[in-house]
Design a protein around this ligand. Structure first.
Ligand SMILES: [Cu+2]
Length: 338
């Protein structure tokens, strides 16, 4: 724990330094615009002025179909040559409830609570099919967004987050050889570990254009109660947006993500049965393109309400071993500051 205390002390001293800077020079009286928030798929992209509170809800849907080895698609037949069971289709739906509050201009606190549903269809060598399903509250995330630069044209902040192991890692289900089997890593709801979520986010704007970038990571701090930890993650993303009118902007975003294999292994999983049970078949790299729309209500009941939509298409995937490939995902969200 001593390294964490040292890190906390370092972050705290950074906060105090930036607090002095931010409070002395800025008070955020900037006009709101649809693209003052990033595309809705980006988390922790903006801060709030002192005393402001924001609620948000996001719905995310992700679709995966077929398998890939490295960057090449691989047929179900080829997958079944290596494992007696192959996944064919997986979907994930997530409802993410969020709240933000700024006790001061240099610090915005953020909490996010996900509710996750996963479905995975499989086919067996014998030609049978079966589906596993899991759902539940995922890992709750608490972040501090620390403003370093806050002007009408440029914003820069640090993201300091912790993910709590509130999501289940003991999800079970019926498979052909066992009516009550521990399900593989991709079907679990949480990581089972405390995770650090550091990041840095920049955004800038001009008359009708805006842009931004974020670097972020997920670092697993321990090993979970089932004897493994999910791989660390690193993400880099950058976006540009055009404000078409006071109430609408459209955006284009590119995102690169790298994530590691599972460390250790859940001893209850049979690694020879299916690719998803292999700890060394979990990591990879992916590049996504995101096409987004942000709406900002102008008058009456809609005033100040934000709706964001982002459709995400992978353009490159390189997966360790054999894994399901991602086809597309969509995020729709609502945000309102008070
Ligand atoms: Cu907010």
């Amino acid at each position: 724990m001593t390294t964490y205390s040292a890190a906390t002390a370092a972050i705290l001293s950074l906060c105090l330094t930036s607090a002095a800077m931010a409070d002395a020079t800025h008070d955020h009286g900037y006009p709101d615009r649809p693209d003052s928030h990033a595309p809705i798929g980006v988390m922790g992209d903006h801060t709030h002025p002192k005393g402001e509170f924001m609620l948000s809800y996001r719905y995310m849907h992700m679709d995966m179909e077929g398998n890939r080895a490295g960057s090449n698609s691989i047929s179900i037949e080829d997958t079944l040559a290596q494992f007696p069971v192959s996944p064919t289709v997986m979907t994930m739906d997530m409802h993410m409830f969020g709240a933000m509050y700024a006790p001061t201009n240099w610090l915005t606190a953020m909490v996010m609570v996900p509710y996750i549903e996963k479905d995975m269809d499989h086919v067996t060598r014998m030609g049978g099919t079966f589906t596993t399903r899991t759902k539940g509250v995922g890992d709750v995330k608490l972040s501090g967004l620390i403003s370093l630069i806050n002007t009408p044209d440029h914003n820069l902040h640090l993201n300091a987050g912790i993910s709590f192991p509130t999501g289940s890692i003991g999800e079970r289900g019926a498979i052909p050889i066992n009516p009550d089997a521990q399900l593989p890593y991709p079907m679990q709801i949480g990581s089972g570990t405390y995770d650090l979520m550091p990041g840095i986010t920049y955004s800038g704007r001009a008359e009708t254009l805006s842009w931004g970038a974020q670097l972020s990571g997920v670092i697993r701090l321990d090993t979970n109660s089932r004897g493994y930890s999910l791989g660390d993650r690193f993400q880099a993303t950058a976006w540009g947006a055009v404000k078409l009118a006071e109430w609408i902007s459209i955006s284009l975003r590119v995102a690169y993500e790298h994530w590691g294999n599972v460390d250790g292994a859940d001893p209850e999983l049979m690694q020879g049965l299916v690719q998803t049970a292999r700890p060394d078949f979990q990591g990879g790299d992916r590049i996504d393109l995101g096409f987004g729309i942000n709406l900002l209500g102008q008058d009456g009941l809609l005033k100040g309400h934000r709706i964001g939509l982002e459709f995400i298409l992978p353009v490159y995937q390189n997966l360790n071993g054999i894994q399901m490939e991602r086809d597309w995902s969509i995020t729709v969200g609502w945000q309102k500051a008070f």
